[in-house]
Design a protein around this ligand. Structure first.
Ligand code: GDP
Length: 439
């Protein structure tokens, strides 16, 4: 996410960070480079200039020139300005009404249907009774797609494939929701490849008829400036309440994330970073600014972990670790939970400094496949006591998992080292050395 912008900003800060003596000239040069990084990221020139003018003013005001760590103070100032640019505080969605109605609008292919499924899962996790409604009257495939997603996340989908009146379908869905005690109705609408009058009129009619508590505009962040223009067109007609930025996982420049708020004066409420149902996050401008500046986002990382990990399971595992009984069964369970947290590269990017370091390393969730296959080819006893695996069994495990004996050996060796490390930490812990070291 935002690799190009990150690179350019880091390049800009280099002068200030490395410089022994900071002068007004190199502060001015850095400001200029930050401005260029923003315009290269597709941020409107006027906006980029306003932002960097404020950065410059603050830098002089806070005496960056004589600061102990001028580079860091400067980065902090840029972080504050980017946060402001993206809207300051995070804003939640309005769920007033019984049921609350959420209308989803946007162009075809922007990720509306995927987001509808994700939002349903997100709200369901909060304990809400949700109904998904398919109002795309042009593409039967869109209805099927929503049905598949609904099934996947365990949320009912209302559809009338034969009905060509979107308002009528939505109203029938509402009646159905009231009858079945649903508290939130998400209405997925039809999209076109480009903004057109018929489509606009249809969403407008839906909004008038339903009076939703929340109208969300979904937009593909990878389309950069087009995303901003489309947002403006939709907002002029629909006066929506918030923006959902999708496909941030593929967006290297970040222009839409940085510019939309300033142009439409509406908050970005959610961001989507992948095709999986879990890849949805609330949009926090301050965390996003930190991420853009390569400062990581540990808070989001912890939150993802809290969502993916089961507390009882975590307690059981940590007790096994303390007793030096952590085995391959536990390890496999942990891998599965990590995968639930989302795309691995994205997760690594949340650790301060790591995103940049791992930029060119090719890892994805498939990297775990051979490991899982090897563990899958072991017998339950072998998973508990890998030390009993002899040469013959290694050969069988390798052929059973489609890997090589070397890969099996490597995994066994690494696992053994991990166990030794856990043992050492346990010993240090019980002798009080670890807490001393931590201090
Ligand atoms: P709709 O036409 O607006 O309903 O768009 P869809 O929900 O069908 O999404 C279009 C395509 O984009 C599908 O292939 C989705 O899997 C994909 N997609 C949606 N959101 C994301 C995202 O955040 N990241 C990535 N990489 N793909 C996404």
């Amino acid at each position: 996410m935002f690799e190009n912008l990150q690179d350019k900003l880091n390049q800009a800060f280099k002068t200030l960070k490395g410089q022994g003596r900071i002068t007004e000239i190199n502060v001015a040069a850095t400001v200029k480079e930050v401005r260029r990084a923003l315009t290269d990221a597709d941020v409107n020139y006027k906006v980029a200039k306003e932002v960097t003018d404020r950065v410059k003013e603050k830098a002089l005001d806070r005496k960056v020139l004589i600061a102990v760590e001028p580079g860091q103070l400067f980065v902090k100032i840029v972080q504050e300005e980017l946060t402001e640019l993206m809207g300051g505080e995070a804003e939640g969605i309005n769920l007033k009404g019984d049921p609350a109605i959420i209308l989803i609008a946007g162009l075809q292919g922007s990720g509306k249907t995927t987001f509808s499924g994700k939002l349903a899962a997100f709200l369901k996790k909060q304990g809400r009774n949700v109904l998904l409604t398919a109002c795309d009257i042009y593409r039967p495939a869109a209805i099927d797609q929503l049905k598949v997603l609904g099934e996947q996340v365990g949320v009912e989908v209302y559809a009338e494939p034969e009905n060509k009146n979107a308002v009528e379908i939505a109203q029938n869905a509402l009646a159905h929701a009231r009858k079945t005690g649903k508290k939130v109705v998400i209405v997925d609408t039809a999209g076109r490849l480009a903004v057109d009058e018929v489509m606009m009129k249809e969403v407008e009619n839906l909004k008038k008829a339903l009076n939703p508590s929340e109208t969300l505009f979904v937009v593909d962040s990878m389309t950069g400036q087009d995303a901003v223009n489309t947002a403006k067109t939709f907002n002029d007609r629909l006066n929506f309440d918030g923006v959902v930025l999708t496909k941030l996982d593929g967006d290297a420049r970040g222009g839409a994330a940085l510019s939309i708020r300033g142009v439409v004066q509406k908050p970005i409420k959610f961001m989507s970073t992948g095709e999986k149902m879990e890849a949805l996050d609330i949009f926090y401008p301050d965390r996003m600014a930190s991420r853009i500046l390569g400062m990581g986002d540990v808070i989001s990382l912890v939150e993802r972990a809290q969502q993916a990990f089961d507390e009882d399971e975590a307690k059981r595992i940590s007790s096994k670790m303390r007793q030096n009984k952590f085995d391959f069964n536990d390890f496999r369970g942990q891998l599965q939970q990590i995968k639930k947290m989302g795309n691995i590269k994205d997760l690594i990017g949340m650790i301060p400094g790591m995103g940049k370091m791992m930029k060119d390393v090719d890892i994805d969730n498939d990297s775990f496949k051979p490991i899982e296959a090897i563990i899958g080819s072991m017998t339950p006893i072998e998973r508990e006591r890998p030390d009993i695996i002899d040469g013959n069994r290694k050969k069988r495990i390798a052929s059973g998992s489609g890997t090589s004996i070397q890969e099996v050996n490597n995994l066994l060796k690494q696992f053994d080292e991990m166990r030794k490390m856990m043992k050492k930490m346990n010993q240090m812990n019980s002798s009080g050395k670890l807490s001393k070291m931590m201090k």
